[in-house]
Design a protein around this ligand. Structure first.
Ligand code: DC
Length: 228
């Protein structure tokens, strides 16, 4: 009997909602692959800035993106044979990545790679447009969000834990609001919940509670598959 195709879990939502931590935990608990699609846009942005390409030069950015090889090695992210795991989390990359992520040609290339990685199912993929564009037929779709204040507090702590330089909490909240606005109002694949996504607002919930809620959705979806 052929092995049953495992479901795809799409976790979308704004910056700092806790997607990465939750998605990793869910993947671990369910024994699925984990893919952070934001890291791919960040890696391209790193390449663009390192090459000295101006953000207005969309053609050059798309060409560079087509030539870039992004690899996930365990928890590391590599760009063209260079470990960029730390670099792609810097405030400079965070400040510029939305401008790269809104370019149609870049999105097309990233989406193709993401679809190839998830083509056999069995993956927890986190991003902004996984349930709407990348895998609109994903079996489980979650839109994970939290208030901007809550998200700023969490991101602030994450950056401190990673030993990154951080400004004030207010600056961070403002940058999160700016990025939300850019991501939600861009023409292509704007950040919005899929109509059939389960929306989880995680204020006041800890990571394990959010993960447990998603694991429960997964369990329900595999049960539904049994009799169909
Ligand atoms: O999740 P993150 O903060 O690492 O994402 C970085 C940027 O990439 C953010 O501005 C949104 C964008 N992004 C996107 O447009 N589509 C995705 N699937 C993932 C991230």
């Amino acid at each position: 009997m052929p092995a049953q195709r495992k479901p795809i879990v799409a976790i979308d939502g704004p910056a700092g909602a806790g997607k990465s931590t939750v998605a990793k935990l869910v993947a671990q608990q369910l024994g699925l692959l984990y893919l952070d699609t934001g890291a791919m846009y960040r890696a391209v942005t790193y390449g663009v800035l390192a090459a000295g390409i101006v953000l207005e030069d969309q053609e050059a950015i798309v060409s560079l993106s087509a030539e870039s090889e992004i690899q996930f090695r365990g928890s590391q992210v590599w760009l063209n044979g260079q470990d960029v795991t730390q670099e792609i989390r810097s405030p400079t990359i965070s400040a510029h990545v939305s401008q790269v992520a809104k370019i149609a040609g870049v999105r097309r290339l990233m989406t193709q790679q993401q679809q190839a990685i998830g083509s056999h199912g069995g993956v927890v993929m986190e991003g902004r447009d996984i349930g709407t564009q990348v895998f609109p037929k994903a079996e489980i779709k979650v839109f994970l969000t939290a208030s901007p204040q809550e998200r700023a507090k969490r991101r602030y702590q994450d950056l401190l834990d990673q030993g990154q330089r951080v400004g004030s909490l207010e600056e961070l909240e403002q940058s999160i609001r700016n990025r939300d606005f850019q991501d939600a109002t861009r023409d292509i694949a704007p950040l919005c919940p899929a109509p059939d996504a389960t929306i989880i607002t995680s204020d006041g919930m800890d990571i394990s509670q959010v993960a447990a809620a998603i694991v429960e959705l997964y369990a329900q979806s595999t049960l539904q598959g049994v009799c169909s």
